[in-house]
Write a protein that binds this ligand. Structure first.
Ligand SMILES: [Zn+2]
Length: 308
């Protein structure tokens, strides 16, 4: 679907959830109300699909199982338009608040729903608010056991709610007892010895676009693919306002009116593909048996370390 040309290809992704499901406004009371609140996820996602179609770009959509159950038509549209469908879990609970058994149920249920609705295999997972941290590393083994091939949940930055500042900032293999999984960290750039997040979301809305573009071009010059993310609600400046702390409201509502134009600029300045396509084309050159999505990984440590 993408026109590759001479430009380097990068990964573009969207975490598909309702505006009222975000972790920053999470409360048990609001969780009980999800079914009664105004759904805006379909119209917001369709806006993104339209933008991508205009530029003939493929992306990865990490969809919540809860959303897929209620909007199966949206899931099928995503797949029909040639995008990759991946899992954002079922109920958007932070892994840091879950037991391993509960997490396993959540990711298994989401994968099953998404595969049933779409008729496609789901390879990738992204945790709510990147909540695989040093305290929840056990989640990686569970993802491998539940048949996921890549994870995009470990953000190698310092943040009050998530992040693993000393994690590898480039795409790499993680090993668990049941096999291996590709880790696809959201992009960050080293500034004065610190990893600064540049991957999207709130950072995409916070930095002036020319500055963000400068930092993204710096990553591009290293030859590594960018891994970018946004949420459909970030293109919805008219969404109903929720109560929360000053910081939560700042993080969630900052510059919502600018997101759509900035996304257009991003699509103009960089070339994108889905995570699955990017991994498949790159790993194919390095894997020993030429396959990366089998249940038994035969990828040597040499091939893992020499890639990216
Ligand atoms: Zn999310």
């Amino acid at each position: 679907m993408n026109s590759v040309g001479e430009r380097p290809m990068h990964c573009l992704s969207f975490d598909v959830e309702e505006h009222f499901q975000v972790s920053t406004f999470w409360s048990e009371t609001r969780r009980q109300q999800w079914g009664q609140l105004e759904s805006r996820v379909s119209s917001n996602t369709e806006k993104i699909l339209e933008l991508l179609a205009q530029r003939n770009v493929c992306a990865t959509f990490f969809v919540l199982g809860w959303v897929a159950e209620r909007c199966p038509g949206l899931v099928r549209t995503i797949v029909t338009q040639g995008h990759e469908l991946a899992s954002h879990g079922y109920g958007h609970e932070l892994i840091t608040t879950q037991t391993p058994a509960r997490f396993r149920d959540d990711v298994r249920k989401a994968k099953q729903i998404l595969e049933d609705v779409s008729g496609k295999r789901v390879y990738g997972y992204r945790a709510p608010s990147f909540s695989i941290t040093k305290d929840t590393k056990w989640a990686i083994s569970i993802l491998i056991e539940e048949g996921y091939t890549y994870d995009s949940s470990i953000f190698p930055v310092l943040h009050d709610r998530y992040g693993m500042p000393d994690a590898t900032p480039t795409i790499h293999l993680l090993r668990g007892e049941a096999g291996c999984i590709w880790e696809v960290p959201p992009s960050s750039v080293s500034v004065l010895g610190m990893q600064v997040p540049v991957a999207g979301g709130g950072y995409f809305r916070l930095y002036p676009y020319p500055l963000l573009r400068l930092m993204l071009k710096r990553v591009e010059r290293t030859g590594r693919p960018l891994v970018m993310y946004l949420h459909p609600w970030e293109l919805d400046p008219d969404q109903p306002r929720m109560d929360g702390s000053w910081l939560s409201r700042f993080r969630h509502y900052l510059n919502l009116r600018k997101t759509e134009d900035r996304l257009r600029s991003l699509l103009e300045d960089f070339s994108f593909n889905s995570i699955h396509e990017t991994l498949e084309s790159a790993v194919g050159e390095f894997s020993i048996n030429g396959t990366w999505c089998g249940t038994t990984h035969e990828v040597s440590s040499r091939s893992a370390s020499c890639w990216l």
